[in-house]
Write a protein that binds this ligand. Structure first.
Ligand code: NAD
Length: 288
């Protein structure tokens, strides 16, 4: 396949490099110039002859601006596959615009981070038409290990922000429970041994334990170097709250988690730390 790849940053570059082993890639980025990818001089040139154009961009406003540039240049029947994490409304607007240019659009945000992008083990959550999903499935198979078709346009983004709202809330609950356990004199290993095999178990406890030296290796064992940075968690929580507002959904725990991560990132030195560094944050505080 001929593929245009726009947005070759921390995630996009390794995804494009994995695809380049089997496909003809033309890239474009306003700043990045990764080795091993032939680059075009602008986004429209990267998109012009492509069967599939992949975008991996920072946010919905940039995605909409890039879509405005590339959709008129793309050939009819081509697919715009957006793997960025953006708001549901931008994903749906881009899909509607694609249809007016006789293109198909798939929104397919990822989980798995930079390690998953490099190792080709991402999970994709996709929204868009069945036929377009089937056409890009072989690309998902190269870049990732799992792709779930979640329904119509925007549903990939919906799945991603619902998952990450659960993740943020659960991480906070796990961290605050560890700190309560500390103050009650309960050993952290005993706490892990009980909770990881009891009804409080979760991915944050069992697979990504925020307590150093307890459970499997995690960013806590590496001085809370990310992993998944607190500011990226804040981005996704903010998107969940934008969606909740637009859909009139009551999400009090998501709202509380958003406020806590905002405070952590913006006023408590949390920026650049893994999102599990909520544990030392709680350790350093008293009941408010
Ligand atoms: P990044 O900032 O490293 O990469 C974004 C790239 O887009 C940059 O190289 C930037 O120069 C380029 N760009 C910006 N505007 C552009 C334009 N108009 N035209 C062309 N290129 C442009 O970000 P990232 O970490 O690669 O993340 C990309 C997306 O993936 C984001 O939506 C993010 O939320 C999501 N994501 C990231 C991670 C992660 O761990 N980094 C995990 C899951 C999802």
């Amino acid at each position: 396949m001929k593929i245009g790849f726009i947005g070759l940053g921390n995630m996009g570059a390794p995804m494009a490099i994995n695809l380049a082993k089997d496909h003809d890639i033309t890239g474009f980025d306003t700043i990045a110039q990764p080795d091993g990818i032939a680059m075009a001089t602008n986004a429209a040139a990267a998109a012009k002859d492509a069967d599939v154009v992949i975008t991996m961009l920072p946010n919905g406003d940039i995605l909409r601006a890039v879509a405005d540039e590339i959709h008129p240049a793309m050939k009819p029947g081509a697919i715009h596959l957006d793997c960025s994490t953006v708001d549901v409304q931008s994903a749906r607007a881009v899909a509607t615009q694609a249809e007016t240019h006789r293109l198909a659009a798939i929104d397919a945000p990822v989980s798995g981070g930079i390690g998953g992008a490099t190792n080709g083990t991402l999970t994709f959550m996709a929204g868009g038409p069945d036929a377009a999903f089937a056409k890009v499935k072989p690309l998902f198979d190269i870049m990732g290990q799992k792709a779930v078709h979640c329904g119509a346009a925007g549903n990939g983004q919906a799945a991603k922000i619902c998952n990450n709202m659960i993740l943020g809330v659960t991480m906070i609950a796990t961290c605050e429970a560890f700190v309560l356990a500390d103050k009650l004199g309960l050993d952290r290993q005993a706490m892990f041994d009980v909770v990881s095999t009891s009804s409080g178990y979760s991915w944050t406890m069992n697979a990504y334990c925020p307590a150093p030296g307890v459970g499997p290796q995690s960013p806590a064992d590496n001085n809370y170097q990310p992993g998944f940075a607190a500011e990226l968690m804040l981005k996704d929580l903010n998107l969940s709250q934008m969606a909740a507002e637009a859909a009139d959904a009551d999400t009090p725990m998501g709202q509380a988690a958003t406020a806590l991560y905002q405070q952590f990132v913006e006023s408590e030195d949390g920026k650049g730390k893994d999102f599990s560094a909520m544990l030392p944050r709680f350790e350093s505080r008293r009941r408010g």
